[in-house]
Design a protein around this ligand. Structure first.
Ligand SMILES: C[S@@+](CC[C@H](N)C(=O)[O-])C[C@H]1O[C@@H](n2cnc3c(N)ncnc32)[C@H](O)[C@@H]1O
Length: 268
């Protein structure tokens, strides 16, 4: 128990240290050092844009309801392989991307005019809702391993009247290739499922087979562990990757050959 507590605090200390280093290195230039006109516009319209869209309020009202949802559901943990019971409100409070990050996803899909959007890790479906909301023409496919969690997500899409999201239930390791074959090319991919280096790199390698020059990948929790940081380093160096934006909590990946192969550190 003591060792476990010590481990948790060590990883928290590591995160705090990394975050302060990130703040120092990002220099808060608001994207002004970026020479590529497209990348500059991307940062201004997604990262630094703060105007709300009308759907934000609806999704956030739903988040508030979920934070008070006492229902118990069975949750399959893909990290340990064990099933456990958990309350919906616990998932809503602890496992979902916070509002500002979820809204950044909306802005990225909106700015890039994406139509084929893939999400790995649905949970209760709040980020899926943001990814699918910019236009009814978007086809958002989201993958979740836990049946009961996916059922709540579907319920939420009904409540938000979002008909352009398909939930694929199963272990991503087993179903991803088939899903990708059905989807064809990908415009935006959000990777937020199993936070282990091997899995993240596997998801990345599979998805990269379906990119075009304007595709954008977003990786969540890139400094969550040393393992995730390693995966992020490998991805940044990947031969097909050009520019990357490091926001500490998320990493944004571009493949357009006209962009510099460079990492821009920024603060949301
Ligand atoms: C952090 S949550 C996703 C949160 C969601 N994107 C949001 O912010 O609204 C990660 C989800 O990925 C699912 N997951 C993790 N590993 C998986 C795997 N190998 N196959 C399928 N689902 C998996 C978990 O069940 C969990 O619901």
């Amino acid at each position: 128990m003591f060792i476990f507590a010590k481990k948790i605090s060590m990883s928290k200390i590591r995160l705090i240290y990394k975050y302060f280093r990130h703040l120092l290195e990002s220099k808060n230039t608001k994207g002004h050092g970026i020479h590529s006109p497209y990348l500059y516009r991307f940062t201004q319209n997604t990262i630094y844009e703060k105007n709300p869209f009308y759907v934000f309020q609806q999704i956030e009202t739903l988040r508030d309801h979920l934070k008070n949802d006492d229902r118990w559901i069975e949750f399959k943990d893909f990290g340990t392989g064990f099933d456990r019971d958990v309350q919906v409100k616990t998932i809503a409070k602890k496992s979902l991307k916070r509002m500002v990050w979820a809204q950044l996803l909306f802005r990225i899909v909106n700015f890039t005019n994406a139509k084929n959007v893939l999400e790995l890790g649905t949970s209760l479906g709040l980020t899926s809702a943001y990814l699918a909301s910019p236009s009814a023409d978007i086809r958002c496919v989201t993958l979740e391993g836990s049946h009961s969690v996916a059922e709540i997500a579907k319920e939420n899409f009904e409540k938000l009247a979002l008909r352009n999201i398909a939930v694929e239930i199963g272990n991503i390791d087993a179903i991803l290739v088939n899903v990708l074959t059905k989807m064809g090319t990908l415009d935006v991919v959000f990777i937020d499922a199993n936070h282990q280096k091997k899995s993240v790199l596997n998801y990345f390698e599979q998805c990269i087979k379906h990119i075009h020059p304007e595709t954008v990948f977003i990786l969540d929790d890139i400094y969550w562990s040393a393992d995730m940081e390693d995966a992020w380093k490998i991805i940044r160096k990947h031969e097909k990757v050009t520019a990357t934006i490091d926001l500490f909590e998320m990493g944004i990946v571009f493949f357009n050959k006209s962009f510099p192969k460079k990492t821009f550190k920024m603060v949301l």
